[in-house]
Design a protein around this ligand. Structure first.
Ligand code: ADP
Length: 807
């Protein structure tokens, strides 16, 4: 390759580089540059274009200008206003400055021009392809170069020119472009350019990725922004924005009016603030609203004034309830003490008794007597601490516990609060409700009762708590210790009649929109209801039956059947159907192997028929009728006693080797337990084995020991009332229970003969009839008279209307 020498005017370029074959407009403004152009135009229109190393230099010297440049031909020239010239130049060939001949008034240089050499080796071809390939990709990705350019470039056959054109199209730094320009050798030029294109490609790829990421983010924020703006617009259309502030204002007013303690008010206001910031439809907003509603609705400061008049209280208790003298007296004492020492934290009242004896209604009555609000919650089946204390607000659908719910319902901070059925609470893995309840009832702690939902402490110290239970032994011990227990046992028939006539009938008439003119229920009818349609210690079913009569009458009157009804013992079947119970449950005739025991269950006292069956076998003892452990042991004891007394009773002593014995207590679905059926079981057993009949009018209760001693048992009042209900005439009781007769109403005592015993022998002597021999038995062998049991002399105790058998 031979270089030709030329002398040319030099035009220094700023920030631009012209490759051979490149056609470009240049605006020329600098004095020296304009001169150079003019010189070129005068001569052969050729000019040498070289780029300044630093575009900022206004008046560059030779050292500020790259030596390698391009010889170009000026194709057009246009003078612009302001002395600037616009020229269209076309690059012709590379050239290098050999010497500066002049620097003023324009640069004149001696250059060495390099002709393009067209060599195409395999290597060059490979480089060209690679270059084109990368360039294509670059174009595709960068989108800065129109794709048509690629088409024209691909068709270029001259490797040098290809490199130059591509270099001209890339937006590269001046140094890079200069490096390409300086590469006179084709291979070197292609390699350099290839490296640059690959690097650019990577940058473009990176850029693209960044762009995508940025765009995505932009899109997301834009989308959110857009949606939010839309929502705002919608809310505005619906007038909701105003609603939200209005809602918050409303809450603030309510909070101010609710008389909340300062710390509670503060908490509530904070919640209002939260609410204000939330979109009104957000689920969280509902949670906050509910919470605020609860806070506001609770009686933080409302309270009712107590009626401090014991006389009035007494009158109200009397008015609401018949009988229950002792109970009422206890209640009045309790109220009196509360009045004298209002700040004394007295124990909690606890009414224990069977269902339907008026425990709940006594609570209501106390509230009425005191002029307080009344709330009742049932704790039956509560096994979760959260039912007492509530769920934290983070739970979906969380609510306060029953105590706080009760307080809201009461609407005053000093209601009478009845906790029903505390004996029916249970404990499991969900926490112990009893311990939560303890906090509720403890006067030391209930000043600041904490509910998980409400979060702020609530003062329960002015609440009068009353609890009720059916039995005592399942009440959690810690609770029981804090309570003052008042036992309410069942009613006698007489009491029930009075309760029905005075309270239940008027109440039901009113509830059914009837009056005394329309419906009269006679005393005889009431008595029949009690005897034949109910069997209970309380009066709940009695009340239900009366309600049934009222409903039927109301229907008939409205239906035009009749105007007024008179219900009597004679026509009661019409209203209530056939009787459900046989009055006088006692056996109608004497029988062998059946004795009547008396039991005491949660629903009051009851009679139990103890049956004993014998069949040939090997002395196995079977016990059925859902007996509890204690009762089973008691049956064993009875069996052992009878065995030990076999000879005296005239039973073959090897009976236990020949007979299997089955003791059964009917009504098997009802669980029975306790030792008090012991003597009844022994009696039935002795009767079955001796063949002597049991007197049918006798019922008995008492625990038996192996030696036949009879021990005292509990629940005498309930048992005696049950015996009376069942029409029993004679009751055998342990001698040590004689004192319990005091509690029994006179009219009941008068109708029953009591026999007190302390040994089983006396029970058998009294309850069993003499053995009657079957005629054929009599005919067969003249029987050996059994060893006579000593029949003790009866010694009636008139003041107790009972009979005592001395041992
Ligand atoms: P408990 O709570 O003991 O199960 P309730 O208080 O529910 O019983 O009483 C059932 C019904 O019997 C109520 O309507 C109540 O007014 C009535 N009642 C119970 N005992 C009496 C009584 N001594 N005098 C008047 N009504 C009574």
């Amino acid at each position: 390759m031979s270089a030709s020498q030329r002398v040319l005017p030099l035009l220094p370029l700023r920030g631009i580089l012209v490759f051979p074959f490149m056609v470009i407009h240049l605006d020329v403004g600098r004095e020296k540059s304009v001169r150079a152009i003019e010189e070129a135009m005068i001569r052969d229109r050729f000019i040498f274009l070289a780029t300044q190393k630093d575009a900022q230099t206004d008046d560059p010297g030779p050292s500020d200008i790259y030596q390698m440049g391009t010889v170009a031909e000026v194709k057009q020239l246009l003078k612009l206003p302001g002395g600037t010239i616009r020229v269209l130049v076309e690059g012709a060939a590379r050239a290098r400055v050999v010497r500066y001949l002049a620097t003023d008034p324009y640069f004149r240089v001696h250059v060495e021009q390099y002709p393009e050499v067209h060599v195409k080796t395999a290597e060059v071809e490979a480089l060209m392809r690679s270059l084109v390939h990368h360039f294509e990709q670059y174009v595709k990705l960068s989108k800065r170069i129109p794709p048509e350019t690629v088409v024209s470039i691909v068709n270029l056959d001259d490797p040098g020119r290809l490199a130059d054109v591509i270099a001209a199209h890339l937006s590269l730094r001046i140094e890079d472009k200069q490096a390409i320009l300086e590469a006179v050798n084709i291979t070197e030029r292609l390699e350099k350019l290839c490296a640059i294109v690959v690097r650019e490609l990577e940058i473009v790829e990176l850029e693209r990725r960044i762009n995508i990421r940025v765009r995505k983010q932009m899109e997301k924020t834009q989308k959110e922004y857009y949606l939010r703006e839309q929502m705002k617009a919608i809310q505005k259309e619906l007038g909701e924005k105003e609603d939200r502030t209005a809602e918050a204002e409303e809450y603030r007013e309510k909070i101010a009016a609710a008389g909340l303690p300062p710390e509670v008010a503060e908490k509530a206001l904070k919640e209002v603030e939260k609410l204000e910031k939330m979109p009104p439809m957000a689920a969280e907003a509902t949670v906050v609203r509910n919470y605020l509603d609860w806070l506001i609705a609770l009686p933080w400061s409302n309270s009712t004034e107590d009626r401090l008049d014991i006389k009035a209280a007494e009158a109200i208790l009397e008015e609401d309830h018949y009988g229950l003298h002792k109970v009422k007296e206890r209640i009045l004492e309790y109220l009196a003490i509360r009045q004298l020492a209002p700040h004394m934290k007295g124990p909690i009242l606890c009414f224990i008794g069977p269902p339907g004896v008026g425990k709940t209604s006594l609570g209501k009555s106390i509230a009425r007597a005191l002029g307080r609000k009344f709330v009742r919650i049932s704790l039956g089946g509560v096994r979760d601490e959260a039912e007492i204390r509530g769920h934290r607000r983070t739970y979906v659908g969380a609510l306060p516990g029953r105590i706080i719910q009760g307080m809201r319902q009461a609407g005053s901070k000093n209601p009478v609060f009845l906790l029903d059925e505390i004996d029916k609470m249970s404990t499991d893995f969900r926490g112990d409700p009893a311990s939560a309840l303890l906090e509720v009832l403890d006067p030391e702690q209930n000043v600041g009762f904490s509910d998980h939902y409400i979060e702020v402490p609530f003062d329960l110290s002015q609440v009068m708590f009353i609890t009720t239970a059916n039995v005592q032994h399942t009440i959690p011990r810690a609770l029981f210790d804090r309570m003052e227990v008042i036992y309410i046992s069942g009613y006698t028939e007489e009491e029930k009649v009075q309760i029905a006539l005075r309270h239940l009938i008027p109440k039901q008439l009113k509830e059914h929109g009837l009056n005394e003119e329309m419906l009269k229920i006679s005393e005889g009818a009431v008595r029949r209801i009690i005897r034949e349609y109910t069997r209970e210690s309380g009066v709940r079913n009695l009340e239900r039956q009366i309600a049934t009569i009222c409903r039927k009458t109301a229907k008939d009157i409205v239906g035009g059947r009749y105007q007024r009804a008179k219900v009597s013992a004679g026509n009661i079947n019409y209203y209530l159907g056939t009787p459900r119970f046989r009055y006088g449950m006692a056996e109608k005739e004497d029988e062998t192997g059946v004795a009547t025991g008396l039991a005491w269950t949660e629903v009051g006292g009851d009679t139990l028929a103890v049956e004993v069956g014998l069949c040939p076998g090997k002395g196995q003892l079977t016990l059925t009728g859902k007996m509890g452990e204690v009762m089973k042991e008691s049956a064993q004891a009875a069996y052992s006693y009878v065995r030990s007394r076999a000879r005296q009773l005239g039973i073959p002593e090897d009976f236990h080797e020949r007979w299997d014995i089955h003791i059964h207590i009917p009504e098997g679905a009802i669980p029975k337990d306790g030792p008090s059926a012991g003597i009844a079981m022994a009696t039935a057993l002795a009767s079955a084995l001796t063949g002597r009949k049991v007197r049918h009018e006798v019922a008995m209760t008492g625990e038996i020991t192996l030696r036949g001693r009879v021990l005292p048992v509990g629940g005498i009042k309930e048992k005696v009332l049950a015996a009376h209900r069942a029409g029993i005439k004679k009751v055998i009781l342990p001698i040590e229970n004689r004192k319990d007769l005091e509690e029994i109403p006179r009219n009941v005592k008068g109708k029953i003969e009591f026999v007190f015993v302390d040994h089983m022998d006396q029970v058998l002597a009294f309850a069993l009839r003499e053995r009657e021999l079957a005629p054929e038995e009599l005919a067969a062998v003249p029987p050996v008279p059994p060893v006579p049991v000593q029949m003790p002399a009866y010694c009636p105790l008139p003041e107790e209307q009972g009979t005592r058998i001395p041992s």
